[in-house]
Write a protein that binds this ligand. Structure first.
Ligand SMILES: *Cc1c(COP(=O)(O)O)cnc(C)c1O
Length: 641
């Protein structure tokens, strides 16, 4: 047998496809992280995790690589400046980060810092997000795009921010907001900078296809846009209208969808300019997709274009449309969230246990065994690459017959057990051969899933990757070590919740989707670590506390400027049980008091001994201040960080 190589693991898990240039496999068979995109400063993820555990941080943990975030922002800006240069576009790019994608303070603060050289701004989609943007963004000239439903308070706050030197642009999402804006501007005597969100007819596709089109929740149709212009003109505010916005949905996998939206939007832009609005900006919204499966296709978990092509298309569309009508080209704004925030976060968790079919080799045929057992045994021994389908049919039929015989009293329980063992051993053999086939017959396609093990994992799908549950989103998932070793097991992942939906059984594959993941058998006495990658966008805030599993431990890892090693920048300890219980209105002291009283009563009635009662109370109290996830080793020492 040939040795398994790390290259084979790389191919199997597609790490080159979705991980480039940040994630790869090193010679030790561990996942390596290159946050700054050069091999000099590689971090061994497995060693990092062990290091963090030594510091008292337990599983599961979310690791954010700050340098990846910095690289994503630099990359996006570089792509636009490249396109601007190449097309000799006579204006600039000024992106904004949509806060809703990941509102965690450390993330937003880092973003603002790394974005400063590019005058990168923030986008708010609600009042609380506006509050974050106003107090966090301190970059002169950077934009604050104010989206979402607005009331007078929202609008007045945005207007007043101009007095602080900010550049808030109020985007009209609904016609009704126009009157609120006119009123607020008059009341405060501040000239607003306004945008309109156009409802494009170019349809998005996929999950968020309804973000545009006639039935879209947000945006103004052509008639309403014309009405906005006329109303502003009448109120002597047309000079305020400076931005056109559109957003055709998230994770747009197909470039032609983006192209047709750009075409339509650039026409609207030119028309607005010709109607007399001093148009200065176009905001192309989000939608820049991530290649979760690395297939570079227009499959929903992928995209058939890259960031540079996207930038070229945006620049080209407005260059052409404006040139045609002799309108000055606008400042380009995009609200790419997923494309900026996804790569930075990796969720690492351990496997608590595995359950699966332990088939083993069946005993040899004994003299005088039932004829059905003889038949099945013969099928089992004769399985070959040429007869897998036939062998499977035979084995299944013999098993069915055996079950009928058992029901009728012609087969003992021992004999039935023998039949089942032979049947599963046959299936296992067949499956091994099927995996080598180019074409898998329909009847055998489910065999992989039927035979798969369940890996019980120390995390909650609902808390840490809710989109996997809610919208069947695919994330790259793989072991972070033992990658020099062939993963001989096949499994699906079950989480800690007691919800049967708390599982992952859809995995990335070059062709469509896989129902099982290649994994290693868990070695006795050794922790087996898996990780979910590209999870930095949306997952944290959409996550919920199903079964009261709270926020996970989170760390920010920052490379040392010297290039050697890394430093642990922020440690955000995950929720304690007291914290999640408080969220559902349970008071720590009241809970303790109640259990103490019950224990006293039990002591009095001699239902519990003194030492049992002491142990119970100690567990109860310690749990309250502990992490909501399971700890492999009992936590004896306090965290060192
Ligand atoms: C959600 C959203 C975005 C971010 O979209 P991504 O696909 O994550 O880039 C941008 N703009 C608006 C208006 C949004 O609602």
């Amino acid at each position: 047998m040939q040795e398994w190589t790390t290259e084979e693991s790389a191919g199997l898990y597609q790490i080159g496809g979705w991980g480039e240039p940040y994630f790869s496999i090193n010679a030790a068979g561990h996942v390596a992280v290159s946050p700054t995109n050069d091999s000099e400063s590689q971090i061994d993820l497995y060693h990092l995790v062990q290091d963090l555990e030594k510091r008292g941080l337990s599983m599961p943990m979310l690791i954010r690589f700050s340098d990846i975030l910095a690289d994503r922002i630099a990359r996006l800006n570089h792509c636009f400046s490249q396109a601007i240069k190449e097309y000799e576009y006579a204006n600039v790019y000024k992106g904004v980060y949509p806060v809703k994608v990941n509102q965690q303070r450390h993330v937003v603060e880092e973003l603002v810092e790394y974005g400063r050289p590019f005058q990168f701004g923030l986008e708010a989609g609600s009042k609380p997000e506006l509050l974050i943007a106003l107090s966090t963004l301190k970059t002169p000239g950077a934009l604050i795009i104010c989206n979402g439903y607005k009331d007078s308070e929202y609008i007045e706050t945005a207007l007043l921010a101009q007095r602080l030197g900010q550049t808030p642009i109020i985007v009209l999402e609904r016609f009704h907001e126009l009157h609120l804006v006119i009123e607020a501007a008059r009341k405060l005597n501040i000239r607003p900078i306004l945008g309109v969100r156009a409802k494009l007819t170019a349809r998005g596709i996929g999950r968020w296809g309804d973000s545009t089109g006639d039935r879209a929740k947000f945006g103004l149709n052509a008639g309403e846009i014309v009405e906005v212009v006329e109303t502003l003109r009448r109120n002597d505010l047309l000079s305020s209208l400076q931005l056109l916005h559109f957003h055709i949905g998230s994770q747009i996998s197909a470039i032609n969808v983006i192209k047709s939206a750009l075409k339509e939007a650039s026409r609207v832009f030119v028309e607005l300019a010709q109607m007399g609005a001093p148009m200065q900006y176009v905001d192309v919204g989000g939608g820049l997709a991530i290649d979760y499966d690395g297939s570079k296709t227009n499959f929903r978990a992928s995209k058939n274009y890259n960031m540079q092509e996207y930038a070229y298309d945006v620049v080209a569309a407005f260059q052409e449309a404006c040139k045609a009508k002799d309108v000055p080209v606008p400042i380009l704004v995009s609200e790419s969230g997923r494309a900026i925030a996804s790569h930075q976060s990796v969720l690492v968790f351990d496997v608590m246990g595995v359950s699966g079919m332990k088939v083993g080799t069946p005993e040899a045929l004994r003299k005088g065994e039932h004829v059905i057992i003889q038949n099945l045994y013969e099928t089992y021994t004769n399985i070959s690459p040429d007869n897998v389908q036939e062998a499977y049919n035979d084995a299944s039929q013999f098993k069915e017959e055996a079950l009928s015989l058992f029901a009728l009293g012609y087969l003992s329980l021992q004999e039935r057990a023998r039949v089942e063992k032979l049947y599963w051993a046959s299936c296992e053999r067949i499956l091994r051969l099927v995996r080598e086939l180019d074409y898998i017959p329909d009847e055998l396609a489910d065999l992989e899933q039927t035979m798969a093990s369940t890996y019980y994992c120390n995390f909650s799908v609902f808390q840490s990757c809710p989109d996997s549950w809610a919208i069947d989103q695919l994330f790259p998932i793989m072991p972070i070590h033992r990658l020099e070793e062939e993963p001989t097991a096949r499994g699906t992942l079950a989480d800690l919740t007691c919800d049967s939906d708390g599982k992952i059984d859809q995995f990335i594959d070059l062709r469509d989707v896989k129902s099982v993941l290649e994994l290693h058998p868990v070695n006795e006495g050794e922790t087996y670590y898996l990780a979910i990658f590209l999870s930095g966008a949306y997952q944290e805030i959409l996550g919920d506390m199903h079964n009261l599993f709270g926020d996970t431990n989170t760390v920010h890892i920052h490379l040392n400027p010297s290039g050697a090693g890394y430093q642990v920048e922020h440690v955000v300890k995950g929720d304690t049980m007291t914290e999640v219980l408080k969220y559902v209105q349970y008071d720590h002291e009241a809970l303790l008091e109640s259990i103490r009283r019950e224990a006293e009563k039990a002591l009095r009635d001699k239902r519990i001994t003194l030492s049992e009662s002491r142990l119970l109370l100690r567990h109860y109290e310690r749990s309250l201040s502990g992490y909501t996830y399971l700890s492999q080793q009992p936590e004896t020492e306090p965290a060192l960080i």
